[in-house]
Design a protein around this ligand. Structure first.
Ligand SMILES: C[S@@+](CC[C@H](N)C(=O)[O-])C[C@H]1O[C@@H](n2cnc3c(N)ncnc32)[C@H](O)[C@@H]1O
Length: 390
């Protein structure tokens, strides 16, 4: 059994934990920002290929106790790095510290890198090259007060880089965050899904990949191919099996996107076409003019929120109108809105049934759920004020 750590956007730990168990991980344990789990080594191929929510899959190769930079040097020197990857690999060392006594993380990183290189010199008379931008192998070192754990990153590029994005809009949401939100919403692929401010189409595409059973990592490479234990046959077999389980010729799922901006739509179309998802239609509509494409369904969206785009004052007038639209036209729908703008719950004049804290990159955000029951969500201005204070 090997130990892995799957990192994820903060707030998605519970849904990632469920997903990893479905993919065969054992001894699954959630910690803030990620999930520790166990399984045979080949589990990491499957998690890299099929997890929609993880950001990276790290393989734990050792651990120990330390007090200072020199202990880290000594411990790193004693790990058998040349047994795990060849000297030709370009490496990068990244230290993640929590409550650590280390005075300088830069210096500690340098000492660990020296230790790894010195170990290679002892074994092979040559040292690996350091490449901070495009390493073949990234060594991730977690240090807390007195404990250090050594990991090899088996993913390479973070897993939200699915390989399908031809173009990105002005403020695209990360793919794994979008997939995590779809999972939090309870959408299962059988219901209508609408993103009325779809931008470059991230929610639509993640939804389509889910509905068609397409593994998110089908079109990309992973760092585990650089490891000495890489099993090409097992990997190919897994990839083929995964491709066989897709349902690309199944019934068309009803996934619909709108946006007011023609450039955003052009990007969405390009991304959809790149994947062969021409059955997903996107059209230019202002969200306030939207009519629901079905009597019920899931509306999932991240509106502009005045940090990266959109004007804060305009949004202040827009939220009540958006709330009115949902109330008047979307009875029977479940609505999920991700925003970093804390004014939304007060100004939309609807009572959220759930508020889930999530990080959209560095932006502390919330996912608001509104269950639109005819006549049931409107709240008085006083109630709204009270709730917003709490
Ligand atoms: C934060 S971005 C959404 C990004 C998208 N989820 C993605 O991954 O690319 C917000 C989007 O709302 C659109 N938008 C802004 N005001 C709108 C309006 N009144 N009606 C429809 N779309 C609007 C913008 O054009 C932009 O594409």
């Amino acid at each position: 059994m090997e130990t892995f750590f799957a990192t994820c956007p903060r707030g998605l730990e519970d849904v990632l934990s469920q997903e990893l168990q479905e993919l065969g991980a054992k001894e699954v344990r959630a910690t803030p920002g990620g999930i520790e789990c166990q399984g045979p080594f080949l589990l990491c191929y499957r998690l890299n290929l099929e997890s929609r929510i993880a950001s990276r899959i790290l393989w734990r190769v050792g651990q120990g106790w330390y007090r200072n930079e020199e202990d880290l040097y000594r411990l790193a020197s004693s790990q058998p790095w040349p047994e795990w990857f060849p000297v030709e690999c370009r490496i990068k060392v990244r230290i993640i510290a929590q409550h650590s006594p280390l005075k300088s993380l830069d210096f500690a990183t340098l000492r660990v890198k020296d230790a790894i290189c010195d170990r290679f010199v002892r074994a092979t008379q040559s040292r690996p090259e350091v490449d901070k931008r495009q390493p073949d192998i990234q060594i991730v070192v977690f240090v807390d007060r007195d404990h250090v754990a050594w990991y090899l990153d088996t993913s390479g590029d973070p897993l939200f880089k699915r390989g399908w994005r031809k173009v990105a809009g002005e403020a695209p949401i990360r793919e794994n965050l979008a997939a995590g939100i779809l999972r939090l919403s309870g959408w299962t692929g059988d219901q209508v899904l609408l993103d009325p401010m779809c931008g470059a189409g991230t929610f639509l595409i993640e939804a389509a990949l889910m509905a068609k059973g397409i593994a998110p990592g089908t079109g990309r490479e992973f760092a585990f191919r650089h490891l000495r234990n890489f099993d090409q046959t097992a990997w190919e077999q897994l990839r083929q099996e995964s491709m066989r389980s897709t349902t690309t010729d199944g019934p068309a799922v009803s996934i619909v996107g709108y946006d007011a901006d023609a450039n955003a739509l052009a990007m969405a179309r390009k991304n959809l076409q790149g994947l062969g998802f021409e059955d997903i239609q996107v059209s230019q509509v202002d969200v306030l003019d939207v009519t629901p494409p079905a009597p019920e369904g899931f509306l999932v969206t991240n509106p502009p929120y005045g940090v990266r785009m959109g004007d804060r004052l305009e949004l202040q007038d827009w939220y009540p109108k958006f709330g009115d639209l949902l109330k008047q036209r979307f009875a029977g729908w479940r609505v999920y809105v991700l925003t970093a703008d804390s004014r939304l719950p007060k100004l939309i004049h609807l009572a959220p049934s759930r508020k889930i804290p999530l990080f959209n990159g560095p932006l502390e955000s919330r996912l608001y759920e509104f269950q639109m029951v005819a006549g049931g969500n409107r709240k008085s201005a006083r109630q709204a004020k009270q709730r917003a204070k709490n």
